[in-house]
Ligand binder design. Sequence first.
Ligand SMILES: Cc1cc2nc3c(=O)[nH]c(=O)nc-3n(C[C@H](O)[C@H](O)[C@H](O)COP(=O)(O)OP(=O)(O)OC[C@H]3O[C@@H](n4cnc5c(N)ncnc54)[C@H](O)[C@@H]3O)c2cc1C
Length: 152
Amino acid sequence: MFSIKANGKRSIKNWSESVIIEPKHYLEPKNIAELKEIVRYCSTKNLSLRVMGAGHSFTPLIATSEVLVSLDQMVGVDFIDQENKLARIWAGTRLKDLGPELFDLGYAMENLGDINEQSIAGAVSTGTHGTGMEFGSLSDQVRGITLLTASG
Ligand SMILES: Cc1cc2nc3c(=O)[nH]c(=O)nc-3n(C[C@H](O)[C@H](O)[C@H](O)COP(=O)(O)OP(=O)(O)OC[C@H]3O[C@@H](n4cnc5c(N)ncnc54)[C@H](O)[C@@H]3O)c2cc1C
């Protein structure tokens, strides 16, 4: 079984409470090693794994009865590439926390939606966008993604 401690949360809701689920396991890995362990375990046992950001999507994207992973413990700016003006950010980072953290480093997101509760990975995955003809969606600001595949 997982060595990562489940936080005991039983019932998970999305923002609008249109999706209420009770996954068998709700896990919050603290680092890549723990995340790899979860992914490998699910792959070996043929368990479905879903990742949750802030749960602000209205459709049942995070719904599962098996394993739900939150990256709420994997947050913050990891690295700034000064030369290319790029920031490497952990997937679980909430936009509301990212703004001040980037500001302190002299950077900013170029555009946001009407709230800033979302995780960066959730917002980028769903085409979250703000307004303004000259701006793309948040995913337009992404230059690269590190993806953990089922093989770990
Ligand atoms: C009040 C409110 C206001 C909103 N305003 C806007 C707006 O102005 N503009 C707009 O475009 N949208 C808006 N939305 C929609 C919202 O931005 C999207 O639903 C967004 O996906 C929410 O991000 P999240 O972190 O909650 O993602 P979640 O809903 O938790 O997840 C979304 C998807 O991303 C996947 N995912 C999350 N994290 C990861 C990860 N680490 N790795 C792989 N997959 C991952 C999930 O599995 C799921 O498929 C709003 C929603 C609400 C409730």
